[in-house]
Design a protein around this ligand. Structure first.
Ligand SMILES: Cc1cc2nc3c(=O)[nH]c(=O)nc-3n(C[C@H](O)[C@H](O)[C@H](O)COP(=O)(O)O)c2cc1C
Length: 413
């Protein structure tokens, strides 16, 4: 099975620049500087790479939104906030294979004309931030980042910025507010970051995994990338499988792998030989699937077709003994705590949902309370400033819709 991101992860000290170079590392960057920037952009567009941060937007299209004016200041940001519950894909790359990310950023910067880049990493990943800082120092010493990269006259500086533990700071514009030194609150869009992002300048922002795919595409060509996965969902994904499985872990598989084989082969099946109740397929914000809905392929379209989403690729497996109302209550607590408070539907809606869910789980709730949660979820959808309110409403609303009986059992009107 062809892998792109965790391929050499078993090699000791892959985070050292010499070991990475020994595996052909930074070869893509050398190739890049022999190409005109437009050709690099075309290669990424032809590869069909889609963003791995959650939305799945085509990377090449996003690059083309940036101004062509090479005199303008353009920023490149790597989103390493990884705050979505159930998600652990970025850390695998940053901790074990940091140079692939740095190489991907340097290639991208050259293509789009960026001279400044940031890796915005969640504060909780302090030990990984240190690995990145060391890797950047080593890359600069070898001339792969910094001034005059590979004697080309092109400069690209990368800084590592630690977040302060806020989920909403993973949202691209909240992240930019935070980078600028303000409270991390999402901005109204449009304007989109490609036109007005960090410090009001054009900005390209990508997830760690998206950027770490770039060296493979440049080195092997877009067709090699398209040969992996399935139409419209090319390449691989690092799926983090957690919950009630025998072997939780991060597994890199081609897009389109069956969810069943992820759970029963890669993750070793359900713990204690229990039955499966449900699966959350792409981080807590992706709507929950029933056990009889898991016969599907893990790609963008297949998940959308069953009313869920590929999201972050964080697969949370739930066994027959788990309580869905308890999971919904925890999700509500999380979202209410993380709401930035800027828009009313999200701030008030999530706080109210949390109060009602607490009441229901403590068996003090009424049918009206359950109805009110569903109504709030409906009101919130499409009416919040950023997608967080939508995600929360979809996640909690689907749990209630699909497992209504479990919620009703807790209600004694
Ligand atoms: C509440 C919220 C949290 C998010 N958290 C992250 C995150 O931790 N990492 C990430 O890459 N994208 C996150 N996103 C998505 C980003 O806004 C953005 O779409 C992404 O960084 C684009 O990268 P991509 O093109 O590589 O997918 C989040 C979005 C929302 C609404």
């Amino acid at each position: 099975m062809e892998t792109i991101l965790l391929k050499n992860i078993e090699i000791p000290d892959l985070d050292s620049i010499d070991v990475y170079m020994g595996q052909g590392g930074y070869g893509a960057l050398e190739k890049t500087f022999a190409l005109p920037p437009e050709e690099v952009i075309s290669m990424v567009e032809e590869s069909g790479l889609r963003g791995r941060g959650g939305g799945g937007f085509p990377a090449g299209t996003k690059w083309k939104f940036l101004p062509k004016d090479r005199e303008r200041k353009i920023y490149l940001i790597c989103n390493a906030d990884e705050g979505e519950p159930g998600t652990f894909k970025d850390r695998q790359i940053m901790q074990y294979n940091p140079h692939q990310l740095i190489e991907g950023m340097a290639v991208t910067a050259y293509a789009i004309g960026a001279h400044f880049g940031f890796i915005y990493i969640r504060g909780e990943y302090d030990w990984i931030a240190k690995i990145l800082v060391q890797a950047l120092e080593d890359a600069e010493a070898k001339g792969f980042v910094g001034d005059n990269i590979l004697d080309s006259g092109y400069s690209f500086q990368i800084d590592v910025f630690r977040g302060a533990g806020s989920y909403v700071c993973g949202e691209e514009t909240a992240l930019m507010e935070s980078l600028e030194g303000r409270a991390g609150r999402p901005r109204l869009k449009p304007p989109f970051p490609a036109l007005s992002g960090l410090y009001g300048e054009p900005t390209l922002i990508h997830n760690v995994v998206t950027l770490a795919c770039i060296p493979f595409i440049i080195k092997n060509g877009p067709d090699a990338f398209r040969a992996i996965g399935k139409p419209r969902s090319y390449g691989t994904r690092v799926f983090g499988v957690s919950g009630h499985v025998n072997k939780p872990g991060a597994f890199e598989c081609p897009l389109g792998i069956s969810l069943k084989s992820l759970i029963y082969e890669f993750a070793g099946g359900i713990k204690g030989n229990k039955g499966l109740k449900a699966v959350i397929p792409g981080g807590i914000s992706s709507p929950i699937l029933l056990a009889d809905e898991i016969d599907l392929e893990m790609d963008f379209e297949s998940l959308a077709a069953v009313g869920s989403m590929l999201g972050t690729g964080g697969v949370i497996v739930i066994d027959e003994d788990a309580s869905i109302p308890l999971i919904a209550q925890k999700a509500a607590k999380f979202y209410a705590h993380e709401s930035c408070g800027q828009c009313t539907p999200c701030r008030e809606g999530l706080n109210m949902i949390k109060i009602l869910m607490d009441r229901i789980v403590m068996e003090q709730g009424s049918s009206n309370d359950l109805e009110m949660v569903m109504r709030l979820c409906r009101y919130m959808r499409g009416s919040t400033l950023c997608p967080m309110g939508d995600a929360a409403a979809m996640s909690i609303g689907t749990m209630i819709r699909k497992f209504r009986g479990e919620f009703e059992e807790l209600i004694h009107d």
